[in-house]
Ligand binder design. Structure first.
Ligand code: ADP
Ligand code: GLC
Length: 494
């Protein structure tokens, strides 16, 4: 029997294009699937970051033209390999759409032609699969940018022969971003207007590409079991809860894995000193001192250091963090190492806090892969009080780096961090500190609980650090789960 052949279609993929966890997952999962004997071919726009990545981009013989609205838009297909792997990546090279500063936006905001850009991307990918004669079994789509592909497959758009056999999976990484556009953008999709109805592509009078994917995909997955159930409720469903609940057993959650080739303190090239669960005390102490020096924080070994690496977006709990910081920066002998970019107003607030409390608060308002690794290694605790969190990768990294996660018990945070209680200490599973009930008071109480362990219950603290560092969130288990889902999806008759 031939191995399964999966086309992974996404708008981000490390090391070529990343704004957040989507990039990490779409770069790592294909390699993990490949290790399980599943062939993966990936598709990504040839953004400026890709063209400048330094990876060898080979031309292919394939150039084609897509008829989009009243235009004929040409593109060519480039090819590369994910480093240290067998995984082919095909790049849709259309400079007017993709050779820009950002992936989705620039300083002036979201690109106004995002619907056209990603409708084009989806159309180009299905054409490319045909021209390359890839014999695809599963198209695995990620988030709204690829939501049209399941619709094209289900409606046999373009009449491609390969569509008769292939099945589609949509993975939702974040339901809050849905790709909503005014109704007249429907003509950019090429889909018949009959599909513009409330059960398919329309949502409150607009075109909704996430909804389109959810409705037409054979299977819908999201990135943790808790989030899979949360999004069927009005609180987290972002208006799509009824549609999602309607997918029944065809909606399920698979927790993301970690690429330990990149996120492992014992091999991490970004650290001043590497360490493992056996020598973390000395290793982390050295990393902490180095980071305090790097960030101009006072060199104080005994003062707890709390790390945050996060997009500056509403999702991540900044409306709890900022009030807490405003208070704690005066009152608590704790250092904060914060790395993030995003909302300009939050950036200004953090800049302000760091200026007024340079001995306690460091705010690096940039995107820095190296600093993200060094904060994970140096900090004693890692704070992630997200309002909602589909999966979250940083808490998984912090477990591995011995930076004890303090989290709001939601989505993937709930599925991956075990709160410290008498019971979980006794059975050895305690790996962090969780709070239910999204409020500053609950966050503060939980941080106090964590600090109490850190300052006064050192043996238990060491146990918690060890449990996290030795837990295994590698991709292997999750990739096997995806394989099961691929097979189940293929076995269901159309
Ligand atoms: P999300 O995808 O919602 O942003 P995740 O926790 O899944 O959240 O993934 C975030 C990823 O982005 C992690 O790999 C994290 O290290 C990285 N990241 C976020 N902000 C920055 C930043 N300012 N600099 C470097 N890496 C960042
Ligand atoms: C999204 C989510 C995050 C998840 C990531 C990768 O960006 O916000 O929770 O870890 O996708 O799936």
């Amino acid at each position: 029997m031939n191995p399964l052949h999966v086309a992974s279609i996404s708008s981000e993929m490390v090391p070529l294009a990343k704004t957040g966890g989507l990039g990490d997952v779409c770069g790592a999962l294909p390699i993990a699937l490949d290790a399980l004997g599943c062939r993966c071919s990936c598709f990504l726009p040839a953004y400026r970051s890709v063209l400048k990545s330094g990876l060898v981009l080979e031309p292919t013989n394939h150039t084609f033209t897509i008829h989009i609205a009243d235009r004929y838009v040409a593109c060519r297909l480039l090819k590369t390999r994910l480093p240290n792997s067998q995984v082919d990546v095909y790049l849709i090279d259309q400079p007017q759409y993709f050779d820009r500063d950002g992936f989705y936006s620039d300083q002036s905001g979201e690109y106004r032609d995002n619907c056209e850009r990603f409708a084009f991307f989806c159309r180009a990918v299905i054409e490319a699969i045909d021209q390359l004669e890839l014999d695809i079994d599963i198209v695995h789509c990620h988030d709204w940018q690829t939501g049209l592909v399941p619709a094209y497959l289900r409606t046999r758009f373009g009449g491609y022969a390969w569509m008769d056999r292939a099945k589609s999976i949509l993975t939702i990484h974040n339901l809050a971003y849905q790709g909503r556009f005014w109704h007249l953008d429907m003509h950019l999709t090429g889909m018949d207007w009959q599909y513009f109805n409330w059960e398919q592509m329309e949502f409150h009078g607009e075109l909704n590409l996430m909804k389109t994917g959810i409705v037409f995909a054979d299977t819908v997955t999201t990135v943790s079991p808790t989030y899979a159930s949360e999004i069927t409720t009005p609180e987290h469903g972002c208006g799509l809860e009824t549609i999602l609940a309607g997918r029944g057993e065809h909606l399920l959650g698979i927790v993301n894995g970690v690429d330990y080739a990149h996120w492992n303190p014992s091999t991490d090239v970004h650290l001043p000193r590497q360490y493992s669960w056996q020598d973390w005390q000395a290793g982390k102490a050295e990393c902490k001192a180095a980071l305090q020096t790097e960030l101009n924080l006072p060199l104080q070994a005994g003062v707890p250091l709390i790390g945050i690496v996060s997009r500056l977006a509403d999702q991540k709990g900044w409306d709890l963090i900022i009030p807490l910081l405003l208070h704690w920066a005066h009152s608590h002998d704790v250092q904060w190492a914060i790395l993030g970019t995003g909302d300009p107003e939050l950036e200004a607030q953090l800049r302000n806090l760091a200026q007024h409390h340079p001995h306690r608060v460091s705010a690096s308002l940039e995107f820095s892969e190296g600093l993200a690794h060094r904060i994970e290694a140096a900090s004693d605790m890692f704070l992630m009080p997200s309002r909602y969190e589909p999966c979250g990768l940083n808490q998984l990294y912090s477990l591995k780096y011995g930076s004890v996660p303090v989290v709001h018990a939601t989505g993937g945070l709930n599925d991956t961090v075990v709160d410290t209680t008498d019971e979980t200490l006794a059975d050895g599973t305690a790996s962090g500190f969780c709070f239910a009930g999204y409020s500053v008071a609950n966050l503060e109480e939980t941080l106090h609980r964590a600090l109490d362990f850190y300052l006064h219950r050192r043996e238990h603290w060491a146990q918690i650090v060890n449990a996290g560092m030795r837990s295994d969130w590698s991709w292997n288990k999750s990739a096997q789960r995806y394989m099961e889902v691929f097979h189940q999806t293929l076995s269901v008759e159309a």
